[in-house]
Write a protein of this length. Structure first.
Length: 265
């Protein structure tokens, strides 16, 4: 069953609208056909847990794609700040922000271009040490780094409450972070809820296509490891999967309805 909202006990997850990113690919061919690229929907996850509110992957800050000629961004009808306001929330009430990884379509939304700093000034920001090290290395060794701007990275490093995890983390009760390096070094998935959690797979499990065995996502840094980690994740007990790049209305694939989950508690 597909949905955009999930509830398991005291934990709730709702997919917000992060807009659409079109990746243009001039001249690439697939099976002799000229590919015009593809569209990625983006879905920041708003998580309600017994201790407060959390956001997993704040999405894309439009300033991030300035100068990226093969990327076109169509912002959501209302921005992240407004979507939070519609739910009676201000950015300052988000206690924790989890970044699955630092690719701009997931992480740059942390950055408020007008304020030139974090959009969530009071939040603890959770990231894996390996992700920071990898991007630091890239910024040092390459002339041009794609998919993340230095100033977004700097704003992240400047966050007062940057929580750097090594492997696993537990940012709040019933919420676990687990490093899964296949997509990018330091990528992490988020498990929400006790017993049968909802799995927020970041870019490891980001669309329905990720469920097919042996699927090769060309954006994976280490395709073999990514495929193995997908299999492992899918074999674990879960009440569903949150698909960051899933279609609106179909961003959560729930294996049980919330009523069944309630009954079985
Ligand atoms: Zn992505």
């Amino acid at each position: 069953m597909y949905t955009d909202c999930w509830k398991g006990g005291d934990w709730q997850v709702e997919a917000l609208d992060g807009g659409r990113l079109r990746v243009l690919r001039e001249g690439t061919t697939r099976g002799g056909l000229r590919s015009r690229g593809f569209v990625l929907h983006l879905a920041p996850a708003l998580v309600r847990h017994p201790e407060g509110w959390m956001l997993v992957d704040p999405g894309l800050e439009p300033a991030w794609i300035r100068g990226e000629e093969d990327l076109e961004f169509q912002p959501p009808e209302s921005g992240l700040r407004q979507q939070l306001a519609e739910r009676g929330l201000e950015p300052g009430e988000i206690g924790d922000v989890v970044l699955s990884h630092l690719d701009g379509d997931h992480a740059s939304g942390l950055y408020d271009d007008e304020a030139e700093g974090s959009l969530f000034p009071g939040a603890r920001v959770h990231v894996q040490r390996r992700a920071l090290d990898w991007w630091e290395h890239r910024f040092r060794s390459k002339r041009r780094v794609r998919y993340l701007h230095r100033r977004v990275f700097d704003a992240l490093l400047a966050c007062e409450d940057l929580v750097i995890h090594e492997g696993t983390g537990a940012p709040a009760r019933g919420i676990l972070l687990r490093q899964t390096d296949g997509h990018t070094p330091g990528h992490q998935v988020t498990l929400v809820g006790e017993e049968r959690p909802l799995v927020l797979g970041g870019d490891l499990l980001s669309t329905r296509a990720s469920f097919r065995e042996g699927v090769v996502a060309d954006a994976d840094h280490d395709a073999e490891t990514a495929d193995r980690q997908r299999r492992e994740l899918l074999s674990e007990p879960a009440s569903g999967w949150f698909l960051y790049h899933g279609l609106p209305g179909r961003r959560i694939l729930a294996t049980r309805t919330s009523k069944e989950t309630e009954k079985n508690r």
